[in-house]
Write a new protein. Sequence first.
Lengths: 150, 360
Amino acid sequence: MAKIEKSPWLLHYDGSSCNGCDIEVLACTTPVYDVERFGVINTGNPMHADIFLVTGGINSQNAEVVKQIYNQMPNPKVVLAVGTCACTGGIFKECYNILGGVDTVIPVDIYVPGCAARPESIIDGVVQAVALYKEKQKTWKKEEKTEKGA
Amino acid sequence: MGKRSVVPFGPQHPVLPEPIHLDLVLEDEKVLAAVPSIGYVHRGLESLVTKKDFQEMAYVAERICGICSFGHGMGYCMTIEDIMNVEVPRRADYLRTIWMEMSRLHSHLLWLGLLADGFGFESLFMQSWRIREGILDMFEESTGGRVIFSVNQIGGVKKDMSKEMLANFQKRFDEMEKEVRKLTRVFLDDYTVKSRLEGIGILTGEDAIRRGAAGPMARAAGIAVDMRKTGYAAYDDIDFEVITSDKYDSYGRCEVRIGEIFQSFDIIRQCIRKIPDTEINVAVKGNPPEGESIVRIEQPRGEAFYMSRTNGTKFLDRMRVRTPTFANLPALTQTLQGCQYADVPLLILTIDPCISCTER
């Protein structure tokens, strides 16, 4: 039997984005762009998810939510920041309630810039996330084994 | 009496792309009360007036929300134009009307898709979004952006549409109208869809007024309120009737929005026929004088209210926006009372919530 690869599932959380990136992320799952052809499924349950896609910056209210979702996800996991706001805070960086990009609360692996990020660049980010996930899977398994052995 | 329990709903929930939190008080499966708490998307956008000048604020205003982005930019520009006594060229008014109606089209199609997803009709969701992509393509051709356009400026618009482009768009809109008509037959006539919508989430006209509902939510309760009738931009030249429904339920809200899709096609058709050949913007010199202005426009989700107060410098004193979803939240808590727990996601969707608008 040929080698079976895992399909990483994706969880989308809207930080404090203006919706522009959110609807582009949703548009990625629809027929014109169809990100599911890479084996990615958009799920709503953090426990099922491998890739965490965040749009929008972090504010004082949602910082805990983002951290909680990140901690609920099983290891290994990849974090994808979509949109300029998620990368750095963007146009809202100077607002009093914005702490900054997603990397102020959780480690981010891949940054997708753009205001709003175009579906093509989001797909590019997701494809990179899938590759990185597979990479992480290998090293993570090794680490776990050495931990158990020790 | 059944067992009482409180179930938290959100902020991260599969059915909603945006974070909203509700505490649902349940008695068995029946919802007794719903207490919304918001603030997950609050950025403090209005405070940016002290850091960005009045021209740059047009871009900030557009980023209040990515779905109604065009309307927000337009509403803000209209307040400053009013304070500065700038007469916007007629062609710019028409172009704004066309883009505004295109926004309404893409917003309503997006909503139809999310509604279909809400009651578990995946292919209907995909079809709605496939048709919607056609409008985004036209947006991209005419403005350069898919969801954030930045074509509004104080004194008019930045980009023009040529005669060929308008003729081409008209052809594509006609094609699209046929496809939408096929699609909406499923929403309005399908037995399964009907059984999920009919009689769910009743909001009577009286309640709608008492709770201050706006937009399609109020119109589905039989109240003919539509800010476009006040005649801003080019709407005073356009012939249209306010669409209402007397069904009071989720089906009525679906019916009203579908009616508005076809109305938007019609308004765009009239605009393309009547558009005059003038300049598209006027030069604006200096800072706005001291003053205050209020503008009310009809967004896809209902009435939006914009206020700007200037002080003679290039920075505004205050900008204030009141958005339709905020107005509809009290109506939502009313419709949730007494519904089944399984219908909660669907009922939240029927107000077409836009949380980033609400919290800014």
